[in-house]
Design a protein. Sequence first.
Lengths: 326, 837, 263
Amino acid sequence: MILVHIETDLDGTASEVSLEAITFARNLSEAGGGVPVDAVVFNELSDDLHKELAAYGVRTVHRIGGDDVAAYSGAGWASAILTAREAARSVVVMAAGTDRGMELMAHVAARAGVAMAANVISFSGLAPFVVTRQVAGGAAREEMVLNQRPAVFTVAGHALEAQPATASGPADVVEHTPSIDAADLLARVVSSEEPEEDLSGALSSAKVVVGAGRGVGGADKFDDVLELTSLLGATLGVSRVVTSAGWRPHHEQVGQTGSRISPELYIPCGISGAIQHWAGCATAKNILAINSDAEAPMVTKATYAVIGDLHEIVPAINEEIKRRKG
Amino acid sequence: MATVPASAKVVVIGAGIVGNSLVHHLAKLGWTDIVQIDQGPLPNPGGSTGHASNFIFLTDHSREITDLTLDSVIQYKELGVFTECGGFEVARTEERMEELRRRMSSAKAWGIEAEIVSPAFVKEKVPFIEEDQIIGAFWQPGVGVVDSLRAGTIMREGAVASGALTTVPNVEVLGLDVEDGRIRRVRTDKGDIDAEYVVIACGVWSPKIGDMAGVSIPLTPAVHQMISVGPCPQLAGGTGEINFPIVRDMDTFCYERQHGADMEVGSYAHRAILMEPEDIPTIEQSKLSPTELPFTEEDFDPQLEQAFELMPDLLGADGAEIRYAINGLLSLTSDGSPILGESHVKGLWTAAAVWIKEGPGVGRAVAEWMTRGYSEIDVAHSDIARFHPHMLRREHTRLRTTESFIKTYGIIHPSEQYESDRPQRKSPMYSSQEKLGAEFFETAGWERPFWYASNAGLLDKYGDAVMPREHEWDSRWWSPIINAEHLAMRENAGVIDLSAFQILDIEGPGALDTVQRTCVAQCDVAVGKVIYTPVLDAKGGFLSDLTVMRLGDDHFRVVTGGAHGMADRHTFTAQLPEDGATTLTDRTDEISTIGLWGPVAREVLASLTSDDVSGEGFGMLSCREITVGPGIKVLASRISYVGELGWELYVAMGDALALWEALLEAGADKGVVPVGIGVYGTTGRIEKGYRAYGAELDAERSIVEAGMQRPKVKAADFVGREAYLAQREEAPKAVLCTMTVDDHTSASGIKRYMLGGEPILTRDGGTLTDGHGHHPYVTSAGSAPSLGKHVLLAYLPPEEARIGNELAVSYMEELYPVTVGSIDATSLFDPSNERMR
Amino acid sequence: MVPSPVNVLVAVKRVPDSSSEVLLTADEQAVDGSKAGFTTSPHEECAVEIATQVVAAGEGGGEATVVTLGDKDAAEQLRNALAVGCTQATHVVADAHTLGPIDIARELAAVVRDHEAAGRTHDLVLLGSDASDTGDFQVGIRLAYELGRPVVNGATTVTIEDGVAVAVGKGPEGQETYRVPLPAVVTIREGGVEPRYPSVKGRMAAKKVQIEEREPAAEHRGPQRVKLLLPPPTPSSVQILGEGAAAAPAVVDLFEQLGVLSR
């Protein structure tokens, strides 16, 4: 059995990366002779989610509820996942490679006394079970053996495309209401609040992101890129250099230590494309680089590029947009 | 993606301060079709220029470096990128104060405004310094900082705008094609460029590029550590980049240089951290740039404490943080000079190992050199041709720079010897000389005895006539035995090992033409004649002085000093006809030279040979093969650089030891002793007023000024002939004079002896200026034991060149009286050359 | 409410700088930092800053101790942490890439236990949420299990209120706050604090601290790593739309073509 932890978006449906994780699990299942893929969901299981999971080939949904899991706690939720694993007799426990997915799988692995592989992108054998995962912010890969059971890992975001199952049936639902040890509830979310509204609030789900890097030249030189951001209804993302220099706040940072983005279009302006940054934007569908250095990695890796001074190019684009919009 | 032009007149590789200055000056001198490439982006391609601390101190003990610096400052000022801020070199020790006084001498000699000042003076200009830590300082108000990237950009863009230049960034050089000894093509990742000339001006990468054409460019990338501390409230509030003078804390090998609200602290105190050019990271691999390597704290920590001692309030200010710290790469060479000029591959030039302070000056000098064959500033010490084969090994550069790095701010004696990578070249007499207690100095890799401990007994014999020196600095790398050997040679005779001579045989149908074109003196002489001759550049400046022997109708042997031998070889090679029928063969390693001079020299030689060595049978300036002792074939040449009767004896290396021992044995009962280079190079020649290349003679001096003109000029053409003829028609702007020191007593009562480089002033300390606008300085200094005088040579303004004229020399900031003794080549000792007959 | 002294242990890792092209060591077991240099993993720079802030906010007497597991050169990371406010340092000398996350957690737990046996408590243990080279995302959590302490993962700020660690981080539903009793483990993500640069005085003081060096305490299982590899290079297929301002119309054409320009 393969057990996949599912994260949901605010509308209650499965997040894209969780669907990717299920797709990965199905591929693994096929290679392993069709062992069933189960899902584990905390708290709400909407009809939509139930149907969606069934369409992705999930055989059984383990819904975990009750007061002890109402608020998030890494240890508590992991203990509940292991309860579900017990029921499903899973040999694989996995999640999407989000912060939460990483945390839960680390707890699961620590509790089960087994290894955990983060950000897996593929597997190359079942006995031994060898996975390839992203390291160094995606700039390198590691082949790692997961020979203990359960094999615990997370699937890197956008390592593969989410695909519904070709043949799917209904999914059973098994309810669990575990009681959790008090010790596992010590570190528990006691309050959560919406982050302040800002331009980059939805970086990771933005359709268009305008990027700004060292080439902008200073905290007081963001007017052009901010105007472009606003004209496109886009979100601003910046490089680590920009936040380190204090030009923009950290929550706008795209990169290995900032947000991961995968927009339809990313427009990095004056960003050379260091590994640290590339780790956060590699999955953008289209990249339009604006840079004075035609050899900058960001330019050579981009889909489109304009070469020159961003402080000449961006205002010209802004004018052109305004002209066409009338 | 950009591509490169398919052909160019000249390709300049590198867009740092050197490459940019060079393309500017080439364009200015009329070159067109110039292509400049760099592996990195513009305006900062990632080389050493991009992270330079960009400050310029003016005074160096080397005239060449100082002149390049002063020319660069003028250019930076014209470009509007120079900010004058003044600079201190501060002393924490009395030994350093002496060195600062020497710097004062150099400043006066090179005409730079400077002053020795008190700690209070420093404190007034640099209020955050702990004045208790220092005892004095050398103040140069003209010190400043530059924007070298901006300067380079202006120069490059000017050349582009003039239509002479195409610059293509992000081009990687993959190869250099050489055909028939000429550069033909630069191969790059953006296409090939056919080129007549190529200049390697790519700093720390130059050796890698040079290797592509089989040209060794012996520099090594080395780390210089720097941190930037700030914001410091003491520095805030000023306008612009710099408001306080730069402080060089000489005794701790650190500098403190303001940069806005930050203080940059740089160090030369750490261990030498060298790299191979191939190991420098690529632009993609590096965090900041290829030449800004990760900082290694442990190397810098001791410096931090010393810097803190000097500026505790500033560096310890609340909120001041170490915001930037790098191991910056720069270029070092084994002798500290740049590497400029045409390599042995025709058309392939170098302009490397150049610092910010010399960049534009080097750009101009190399451009002039490429255009006219010479530069206004003499850059002979930087000529790539100077390196002997052993110096081209990377190991040599590595060892020597490791040794010298720590001396970047060190106190270096003018005669200081390197310890590493020795011995390289030993004469066959080396072991025998070791047994005699020889003190070996190195010249061109050769270990040469400067004096012999075995002659210490002569000190008693000659007593005070050996002119002992009381002060440690004056007597460092020196011994009174030199003067004792000198007196013994003048009394009896001396045997001198001259194996370091560079010996070049020119043979073939074009041999006569070659030497005639190269040399000033008439070389179309009878076989068996010896010629002493200057060698000039096209503007009539000295390239060398040397001797030529005509050994056959089509066979000439050139003998020149080892130190400058490779450059001379390059000069003669350049004059060989293209057809290949005439050849130059370097016989340095096959032939040893032993000198025998003194009143009993003829008697000693005659006792060992049956050949005629009489005055009638073997005249001055003639050479002939004789057989000495047990059948040793010797080419004897009757010539002298020490003013005594005698011969240079050229002998196969394998026979040299036997000849050496035979001469000493035959002379033993006649008082003949082995004599070191201390006599040959200094005391012997200075008593005779003989000029030395590199001291009195250089490319900025003429035959006329040196007082060496002969009544006639040969009809045959030679390089510099036209200029020389013109010089003969003009009144000289300076005149080489010989002076003696009248009184050596310093204020402290200790007698002091000048070593060279000191300024010559009026008796009361007034400045003298010659017709070139230069100030006179001592070109050579040394004992004249036979005269009992300390002798100084200097070029004086013509109106001061009067026998008996009373002037002064400034040594360690004290004046000593001197009197002019000779105003031409007439020697103070034995003026009619009786002793040589 | 009187603040009481808090003793913090912060674990840092020496990692290759990640701002340039990634290279692998010859044995394919680690990322090669010899060209770009090494640094402290970014999340841990923030952890060090939080450690010194927490200690400074507590009543006098608290101490920030920095620990690392790494080769001899990793002492540089300890000195850097000492230069910005940590006052003690422990160095487990071992090749980090020969140990797995399970091993490293055990080694750090051994340090905590040995220190506590010697009378030095570590009320709060801070680590980065993941190292920028190996990206394992688990050492802090495993350490918490080794020590039997609660763990908060991915906090960006930590303060101590009344003997309770208040950790705040970004979760799926916004800013999430945890209140955990001490002793506790918290892993840190970049973004909540600004790591400071060292001062000259700090640097000089750091040099004088005696670093406790120790051998690994236990046999290790190893990292389960077969090898590292680099993703195949993708040839550049960039389409240059133009140079300078003149390219603006082509850019806006592209916007229209991609449908990102609302009319």
